[in-house]
Design a protein around this ligand. Sequence first.
Ligand code: NDP
Ligand code: BG6
Length: 475
Amino acid sequence: MNSSESPLAIVVIGASGDLAQRKIMPALFSLFARDLLPSEFAVYGFARSAMDDDTFRESLAGSLACRYTPASDCESRKRKFLEHCRYTQGQYDEAADYLELYRALRRMFPGEHPNILYYLAIPPSVFLQCARALGDSGMTQCGDSPFWMRAVIEKPFGHDRRSSDRLVSELATVFRETDTYRIDHYLGKEIVQNLLVLRFANSVFEPLWNRDTIERIDIDWRETYGVKNRASYFDRYGIIRDVVQNHLLQIVALIGMEQPAGRTPDRIRDAKVSLLRAVNPATPDSVRLGQYTAGEQAGLPRRGYRDEDGVPAGSTTPTYARVALTLNHPRWHGVPFVINAGKAMDADRTEIRIVFREPATPWCDREGSCGPANCLIIRVQPNEAIRLRVVTKEPGMTQRTVPTDLQLVYGEAFPQTIPEAYERLLLDVIHGDKSLFIRKDELAAAWDVFTPLLDHLKKHNPEPEPYPFGSDGPR
Ligand code: NDP
Ligand code: BG6
């Protein structure tokens, strides 16, 4: 029997939280709706909040969306999914509470022992207590049994290289590295998955993908909202740890890496690690930091970061960072990878721009206009698209040149619904495919890029540059 067809229990620890309710449970529902979960499965929510099965189901119902189910079947499909969902109230550091959950789970699957997927959707402050208690309960050891137990660990994985190493080694006493899935949900985004295909399956790009033809690479990430209800987490981490060191550095790795020696998860991750090790550590003079102040968005007044609930007075935590990374790598010598990331900005957008050099002998029109340099724009979200900006002769009785786009717009080219990142990644965990998860040496290499800078910022605590909510960052 294929392991993905064996009975499956999914234990979502922190099931009352934002991530569980907004992303994990809807993704599980989508997998169910597409018949991608085993026929025998159950989802166990675990958290401290007082709920029974019914109130847990009610709390989930509103966030499930029928992305793959016709509207006429939607409600009955949701009901069927919710019948598989159960809830156990408990303390994260109490082995006995996990044992109670385990007993319930065994009652549910009296025959074949199910595979168990643990999803740790809890704040980093309770991570280790939870893992230790799970370990003490004996629920993470399956030895040579035919079933598996896998753990999905959410970022942040520590707050610098040292704490990350500690976390990795402490968690390793509970979950084996082979069973540990460190999730970075940007790796599950459709366009991010396409980066290696675009580069290595198309012979037009690879010969150009180097310092001779590429001048710079911009990775632009912006959100229109501030820290919402996550201020206490965000204030301790800041934008560099929140998205730059992980999501955006992963994009750098996929854009910059050499072709892997094979398609296996380890060969792909070997290639990423070797690129990450070639990134020079970010330095204080390569970074600009900002923090949003009061502003306006869609005609509504918005509070500044320091006035958000849960942000300590006078906090200097950056909500914006612009970091220019350089690589000690023959392919990329002298080519900056510029990451621009900000909350409370003017748009919701993640975009990669590969800016090519201008022709050695420019081809200008009779009016002296030479057109902009070529640029490959990869729009990760929203509205996934790939555009190549080229200079074209304007049609008609003219020799004027104009910039135009050759473009692939996903919404037009592909009729199918594009899966959410968490759908794809959860399915990969069930299938035991780790290609899109972060290996521990990869994590260490990613922290090495930012730890010296983060140490410097901690010591000197510079005042970030202000920018108004809804703007495009510091002037
Ligand atoms: P929440 O703050 O919503 O916490 C999840 C649950 O943990 C809460 O419902 C609460 O449940 C319990 N909890 C909260 N604070 C504490 C505390 N101080 N001590 C003990 N228990 C607590 O977190 P999220 O769902 O936002 O995030 C979960 C994990 O996922 C975190 O590691 C986060 O960094 C990561 N993540 C989150 C993302 C998001 O968009 N939310 C995105 C990417 C990663 P109860 O009180 O019922 O026990
Ligand atoms: C999370 C960050 O990892 O990613 C959040 O903690 C951020 O601050 C989120 O908003 C962005 O994810 P997405 O998928 O909405 O772009």
